[in-house]
Design a protein around this ligand. Structure first.
Ligand SMILES: Nc1ncnc2c1ncn2[C@@H]1O[C@H](COP(=O)(O)OP(=O)(O)O)[C@@H](O)[C@H]1O
Ligand code: SF4
Ligand SMILES: [Mg+2]
Length: 328
């Protein structure tokens, strides 16, 4: 039960553009145990989607997985043939992409697409397929599922398309679900419904989930553990309590301070100054140093390495690895 289902070791995914090499994922390590939900958070442009797409082995030129290992169920996915990967995708591992409309094919009905996914990975009798599709659509909360399965994607609202994507991802009972910002751009009510749905599905299906998002508040609803990503690197990794009660990395602290809270109306939300750097020429040393209020001399000179400072709580910051005293 305790072993890792997914173990990413020193993953490097680079985009070889005309302007230079974009090191979107640069030595990333992540682990997900069976039935565990890991949240991957960070601002836009930090490399979250690239990490997810690397797991699916769907990185396209000019991108390339330049190094590392992705162990899943005891095998390195990076060593698998494309044919074997195709069986794993939408089988043992499935993914909900950031933009549901772009992943549903506009020329086929929603039901038809889910039926295809089922046929590919499960042994279901032809006459039972429609029933099965309606059952799955019903599970994700699509009203009148046996009628709505005949609809084309454009006839669905954004929220319904997102549900249909979740239905498709779950139609094959995956062992690992990679969900890339599954609730971004949806209104708050639907966002809450989709999170509830994922919670229920996690319980029913017993799948592990990699849940990606830029909002720590939303992510925390569902996760057991959180990995914080900044500019292509994991900067902090801990269980929920560690991140929310004892955040160590200044970036994690800043992300937490930028979450809207209902209980403190008067305080203004903090905005993290500056922007995520372009990853062609990232800042030297700690990539967060130009935006960090605790930056010291060593921070621009030496890269801080991920270090375990409490049990299963790791952080990459010189405040904890150098002789300087932490200010928090
Ligand atoms: N196809 C691509 N070509 C060049 N650069 C890319 C490509 N896809 C992503 N990137 C770059 O990789 C970095 C990480 O992007 P992404 O993984 O989409 O981040 P996130 O999902 O955290 O917003 C960004 O700097 C982005 O510009
Ligand atoms: S290493 Fe330095 S710049 Fe980076 S987060 Fe820590 S204190 Fe800030
Ligand atoms: Mg993304």
């Amino acid at each position: 039960m305790n072993e890792s289902l997914l173990s990413i070791n020193n993953l490097k995914t680079y985009f070889y553009t005309e302007e230079g090499v974009v090191k979107a994922v640069d030595n990333v390590n992540l682990k997900i145990k069976k039935e565990e939900v890991l949240g991957l958070v960070g601002e836009s442009g930090c490399g979250k989607s690239t990490t997810a797409i690397s797991i699916m082995r769907l990185i396209r030129a000019p991108g390339k997985i330049a190094g590392g290992e992705i162990w899943f169920d005891g095998e390195d996915l990076l060593k698998k043939s494309e044919g074997k990967m195709r069986k794993i995708r939408g089988g043992k591992i499935s993914m909900i992409f950031q933009n549901p409309m772009s992943s549903l094919n506009p020329v086929f009905t929603v039901g038809g697409q889910i039926a295809e996914a089922i046929k590919l990975h499960q042994n279901v009798q032809k006459r039972e397929i429609k029933e099965k599709v309606a059952e799955i659509l019903d599970k994700v909360g699509i009203p009148d599922p046996s009628e709505r399965l005949e609809d084309y994607p454009h006839e669905y609202s954004g929220g319904m398309a997102q549900r249909a994507m979740i239905a498709m991802a779950l139609s094959c009972n995956p062992e690992l679900l990679v969900a890339d910002e599954p609730t971004t751009n949806l209104d708050v009510t639907i966002q809450a419904q989709i999170l509830e749905l994922m919670k229920a599905l996690r319980k029913d299906f017993g799948a592990s989930i990699l849940l990606i998002g830029h909002d720590l508040g939303v992510i925390s609803e569902l996760c057991d553990k959180i990995a914080v990503m900044y500019a292509g690197k994991i900067v902090e990794n801990s269980d929920l309590t560690g991140i929310f009660k004892k955040p160590k990395h200044p970036y994690t602290q800043a992300l937490l301070e930028s979450i809207p809270r209902l209980d403190v109306e008067t305080e203004r939300l903090r905005i993290i100054p500056g922007t995520v750097p372009r990853l062609i020429n990232p800042p030297s040393g700690c990539r967060f140093h130009p935006r960090c209020e605790h930056a010291m001399k060593i921070c621009s000179e030496q890269e801080p390495l991920l270090t375990e400072i409490e049990k299963e709580h790791t952080v990459a910051c010189h405040l904890y690895t150098s002789n300087s005293k932490p200010s928090h």
